[in-house]
Design a protein around this ligand. Structure first.
Ligand code: ZN
Length: 408
């Protein structure tokens, strides 16, 4: 009887035929004996992650697959990124993504990444805990110049503009309310006070004085964007009755796992880049089955390579993933394997598209079909037909015998 699940999401795996690859997609052109074997043993289909005709962003595509529809639970990128930094957000918190940046005396941006500063831990600490008008600011260091910022308190709104003009040489934007509510006006006013105070604290911070004396740019400003309110949402475990963990290299994907209440498992060598140790991630996923019912594994690089137009790199990365998938051929009898993607990223477009993605279920005792290869064309004749992202979890529950009976 199936009782455990590994779900692997290859970011941007789907593609379109590439002339230089003999009119095959990178997935079709790649040698993938292990993924093909899994396809032959399982049941396949195509999936519109967010419904037909919708071009999904990665964050909301993942949420759809896990059964958290965008309309109900997505309020912006901020809360997801901040969850990925390890903070347990509370319902009503307003979260932002942030960059430590360099500004001049007139708040014109000299460098959006503060001279590619590599560690902002000390600077984040100096801002963490600032209180303005009864609102507490929680500031967390991210990787390199990145940070997460949370406003916690009464009377807040996420309807505020970014302070980040996204361009160097331009002045920092004053935060503005995006609607006429008193909450939006209050939040914008408090944020503008925070930006001023944080600029003062950062400018006089010893770490920045040292940077300047070493000829480096000071990280004297915190640019904020992507305001979102942390929604009240059921944790994955409560929603499905399965303990869950997330294995990912990229911050956004750890964030998605943490946002949904999954434990985050760090795997050395998981970088979210083409050099990522995919094999270590798959091996760790299998090990985690002892402790967790549901293991989500995210693999990033097929997407970033396609966004660079690098179809050959994408093909080679897929082949590397296929070698790593050797680990998945002999899973424990009680384990269901789901392999899919969050969206298609055609290398020719260098962007996400609405084309459906391949999806595969494989496990002991489940139905199979005649599909014997894992790629866009082969799976289109599979037994799952064309499904949507929101169909994945009901299908998982069905195969695990956990779906409630409709009617009598
Ligand atoms: Zn994606």
């Amino acid at each position: 009887m199936l009782s455990k699940v590994i779900t692997i999401i290859f970011d941007g795996l789907g593609d379109r035929p590439v002339k230089e690859l003999g009119n095959k997609t990178p997935l079709e052109a790649a040698a993938t004996p292990n993924l093909d074997r899994l396809a032959a043993n399982g049941i396949c289909g195509l999936m519109h992650t967010m419904g037909r005709g919708i071009r999904p962003g990665s964050d909301v595509a993942h949420m759809s697959i896990f059964g958290y529809p965008m309309e109900k639970y997505y309020t912006g990128r901020g809360p997801i990124e901040v969850a990925g930094l390890g903070l347990r957000l509370q319902s009503g918190d307003i979260a932002f993504r942030g960059n430590f940046a360099t500004v001049d005396d007139k708040w014109n941006i000299t460098d959006r990444r503060a001279g590619r500063i590599t560690d902002v831990t000390e600077l984040a600490k100096a801002l963490n805990g600032i209180k303005i008008d009864g609102i507490e600011f929680i500031v967390l260091a991210g990787t390199a110049h990145r940070a997460g910022v949370v406003m916690r308190g009464e009377g807040l709104s996420s309807a505020v503009s970014d302070s980040d003009p996204h361009e160097e040489g331009k002045p920092v934007y004053a935060v503005k309310p995006l609607n006429s509510s008193p909450e939006a006006h209050f939040t914008a006013a408090v944020l503008n006070k925070f930006l001023k105070q944080s600029n003062e604290v950062l400018s006089s911070h010893p770490a920045n004085k040292k940077r300047v004396s070493n000829g480096k740019l000071p990280a004297n400003f915190l640019l904020l964007r992507g305001a979102g309110v942390y929604p009240s949402l059921p944790a994955f475990k409560d929603k499905y009755g399965m303990s869950a963990c997330c294995i990912a290299g990229g911050g956004l994907y750890k964030g998605i796992g943490a946002f949904l209440g999954m434990d985050i498992i760090d795997v050395p060598g998981a970088t979210a880049l083409p050099d990522s140790d995919v094999e270590a991630k798959f091996k760790t996923a299998v090990e985690m089955l002892v402790k967790y019912d549901f293991v989500f594994v995210h693999v990033k690089a097929a997407d970033s390579l396609a966004e660079d137009g690098n179809y050959m790199g994408k093909k080679e990365f897929i082949e590397k993933c296929d070698k790593a998938a050797n680990t998945l051929l002999k899973l424990p009898e009680d384990t269901l394997l789901v392999i899919t993607a969050d969206h298609t990223t055609p290398s020719a477009l260098k962007a996400h598209s609405a084309d459906p993605v391949p999806v595969l279920f494989c496990g002991a005792g489940i139905r199979t079909d005649r599909v014997a290869e894992f790629n866009e064309t082969a799976v289109s004749s599979g037994g799952l037909g064309i499904i949507e992202g929101k169909d994945i979890m009901p299908e998982v529950l069905n195969l695990l015998g956990k779906l409630p009976l409709a009617g009598a």
